[in-house]
Design a protein around this ligand. Structure first.
Ligand code: UD1
Ligand code: UDP
Length: 370
């Protein structure tokens, strides 16, 4: 159902379930494409991300209509959060009974949506299906496996994701559409790309649980930053700021002469920063892939191969900040990294028309009536 301004509700064919920053970025082009096709749609926000600069800013900048409900189910442990999201979702989906639910990525919101929709026998489409890091200790891996197996149609960003799904017996419902984040990236970057880049910077993002739950680990990341040559601009996830403060590391971080911590930024500003970057230091799955779109090589602070093609060609170079041999290699990689011009950037993730391909595939599977 869609809540109209006067409070009256009309039938919606499709419900998008989102709750995290990267999901808003993935939602924008598909919402637009389905709108062009004349679909009734609505959005449920789980509330997993709730700060203005982690949520509202993306709806405003990317022209996404406001969610008709926010479940405000963020915070707490994985199980607590997932349970709260599931309870809220079940209530909403029972009321509105959409014909299709669309889920994005690999977060607790994604998996909660999959379990609830599947048990209500509502067909599910999963955007960004198929990536695997082959490690069950990774919470996102668990979320992805559950979601992929419960979904009726799977949209893959690359060939490796397709292969993963074939291996798990899901090949018959998988489509290689390319990365929908590339659709969003291009919609912004085409307006702002300036070459040559005037002042090259290093852009950093840092938020993963494995990099924020241990004081020594956080300290070693700061030591790595201190050794990088050039200004490091870091829009800091609220979790990371809280953990730095909790471990008494905030003052050290603030005192690093080359380290500029800023609040999380909207997508327009983020793309602008990445376009000025010669190097990106991150632990984000999304940002490490976007580094190829923006032409900045990537130091990845996670021991997992999420985008294997980029790792194989050493565009993404993994670094363990607690291993001095790895740090020395990473510093060499960082010194040599230069902003890469458009024709020389890797292209594994489609052509920027993923949303249109998703709509075609939904029609082919008769999951879309318009
Ligand atoms: C979540 C996803 C992760 C994804 C990331 C995208 C899971 C298990 N994790 O991680 O896969 O990469 O989103 O950014 O679903 N916080 C705020 N304000 C906010 C949001 C979070 O202060 O608007 C703080 C809270 O203290 C919260 C903590 O950050 O407890 C962690 O948030 P959470 O959503 O649990 O995990 P993320 O690290 O954001
Ligand atoms: N991003 C943003 N502002 C920021 C940091 C990241 O717009 O301050 C964008 C980034 O460009 C990418 C997405 O958010 O498109 C990635 O989100 P995040 O790193 O939170 O999640 P992950 O990709 O690790 O799941």
């Amino acid at each position: 159902m869609i809540v109209k301004e006067d409070g009256e509700r009309e039938h919606a064919m499709i419900t998008h379930i989102v709750g995290n920053r990267p999901q808003f970025i993935k939602l924008a082009p598909l919402y637009q494409e389905l709108d062009k096709a004349g679909c009734g749609q609505n959005i449920i926000h789980s509330g997993q991300h709730y700060d203005e600069n982690m949520s509202d800013v993306f709806f405003e900048e990317l022209g996404i209509p406001a969610p008709y409900v926010n479940l405000k189910a963020g915070g707490g442990s994985h199980a607590q959060m997932t349970a709260r999201i599931m309870t809220g979702l079940e209530e909403e989906l029972l009321k509105t009974n959409p014909e299709l639910v669309i889920l994005y990525g690999d977060t607790n919101t994604t998996m909660a949506g999959a379990v609830v929709a599947a048990k209500l026998c509502i067909p599910i489409a999963h955007v960004e299906a198929g990536p695997r890091v082959h490690c069950r200790e990774n919470p996102e891996e668990c979320n992805r496996i559950v979601t992929d197996h419960l979904s009726d149609i799977l949209f893959c960003p690359d060939e490796i994701s397709m292969e993963n799904l074939r291996r798990e017996g899901l090949g018959d419902r998988a489509y290689r559409t390319g990365d929908i984040m590339y659709d969003t990236y291009l919609s912004i970057a085409e307006k702002t790309e300036q070459e040559p880049v005037q002042e090259e910077i290093i852009v950093m993002t840092w938020h993963r649980q494995e990099n924020t739950s241990d004081k020594e680990r956080m300290d070693s990341i700061l030591n790595l930053v201190a050794q990088l040559d050039g200004k490091v601009v870091c829009p800091l996830h609220p979790r990371t700021r809280k953990c730095l403060a909790q471990y008494g590391l905030l003052e050290k971080a603030e005192a690093l002469p080359n380290f500029e911590m800023i609040d999380p930024v909207g997508y327009l500003e983020m793309v602008g920063l990445m376009q000025r970057a010669r190097l990106i230091l991150t632990d984000s799955g999304g940002v490490s892939k976007e580094s190829a779109y923006a032409g900045a090589k990537c130091l990845f602070m996670v021991e997992l191969d999420i985008w294997e093609d980029l790792v194989r060609e050493d565009w993404i170079h993994k670094v363990d900040p607690q291993d001095q041999t790895k740090v020395a290699e990473a510093l060499k990689f960082a010194r040599e990294a230069k902003h890469v011009p458009l024709p020389d950037r890797p292209r594994y993730y489609g052509d920027g028309h993923a949303a249109a391909k998703m709509v075609r595939a939904l029609r082919e599977r008769q999951l879309l009536r318009v």
